[in-house]
Design a protein around this ligand. Structure first.
Ligand SMILES: O=C(O)CCC(=O)C(=O)O
Ligand SMILES: [Fe+2]
Length: 300
């Protein structure tokens, strides 16, 4: 027996819809060819635009690309060490006395060598705190000699090494913006330049023709990779930090931090980082310097 499939009878609405389409096609046939082409062009453009927008919103986000589900809690994506650094930055943001924002406050001075200034890195009270920590223990600053540190004319300031306990929170903030672990840094060194005192142009990295003591230190801790100088006072006149090889000068402004990389990204020492502290002509200049090594720093 032959089976017949039930024929679908269009409903009233469908019939009405088909009628409208038929009428529309008839109308379209009556319109000039040029108008028809323009209409088809517009419809195609709208469809293409829709597909483009739809596809781009469908692109997986970075977390998904990295294999992390997009709804994974942030704490699972970042390690606890990164979180600790983030907390240091958040603590800064919470301190009403401190207006430091690492993204908004950075000024790019140069890319070769890499030199940056962070405005308002420390608050006024933090600057005063660091001065108070060392002002009664200052002695004539020294430089790296052939075998040991020595006093020279080229560096006429007075300074004092601060303890890690005294500078923990500030070391943490330095670490958060430089992306170096705290233990790679030497102790924060407080410096005072009085009238006519200066630090003639020099490199912070160690030359390779130095004596055994320094060679052993380099072996243990690696080169100085980065230097951060934080200005703890304004200077009435003079006292700029200059980079003669790139013709740049940074005027000390209380709370600002100057960061530069003594080594190139390729880990060769960078000869363009020659820098010095100009003579203070009027007033006094207080800074702290942080030298950061490639490896954990130990002085003996
Ligand atoms: O006083 C300055 O501006 C520069 C200080 C400096 O170069 C240093 O402490 O290594
Ligand atoms: Fe220096």
């Amino acid at each position: 027996m032959e089976m017949t499939l039930p024929r679908t009878v269009p409903s009233g609405n469908v019939r009405k819809g088909r009628g409208i389409i038929r009428q529309y096609i008839k109308k379209l046939k009556r319109t000039p060819a040029r108008t028809r082409y323009i209409a088809v062009g517009i419809v195609s453009a709208v469809i293409l635009l829709y597909l483009f927008v739809f596809r781009s919103s469908d692109t997986p986000n970075t977390a998904t690309k990295l294999g992390v589900p997009s709804d994974a809690p942030v704490s699972k994506i970042i390690s606890s060490e990164v979180k600790e650094n983030q907390n240091a930055l958040l603590a800064v943001a919470d301190d009403k006395d401190n207006h430091f924002d690492p993204f908004k406050n950075v000024q790019i001075i140069s890319w070769e060598p890499r030199v940056f200034v962070y405005k308002n890195f420390l608050s006024s009270s933090e600057c005063q705190y660091l001065i108070d920590c060392g002002k009664d223990h200052l002695s004539r600053s020294q430089v790296v000699g052939q075998d040991k540190s020595e006093v020279v004319e080229a560096r006429s300031s007075f300074g004092a090494s601060l303890t890690r306990e005294q500078t923990r929170a500030i070391d943490q903030r330095i670490s958060a913006v430089t992306h170096f672990p705290i233990e790679n840094g030497e102790h924060l060194y407080l410096l005072r330049y009085g009238s006519d005192q200066e630090y003639k142009p020099h490199y912070d990295w160690f030359a390779d023709d130095l004596g055994k003591e320094w060679k052993d230190m380099l072996e243990r801790s690696g080169q100085r990779y980065a230097t951060m100088i934080i200005y703890l006072s304004d200077v009435e006149e003079g006292g700029e930090t200059t980079f003669p090889n790139i013709n740049k000068a940074i005027k000390p402004e209380k709370g600002d931090a100057l960061l530069f990389y003594d080594m190139k990204p390729t880990c060769e020492v960078d000869h363009l980082t020659l820098h010095g502290g100009e003579k203070v002509k009027k007033g006094e200049k207080w800074i702290v310097t942080k030298w950061i090594h490639q490896k954990k720093y130990t002085d003996a």
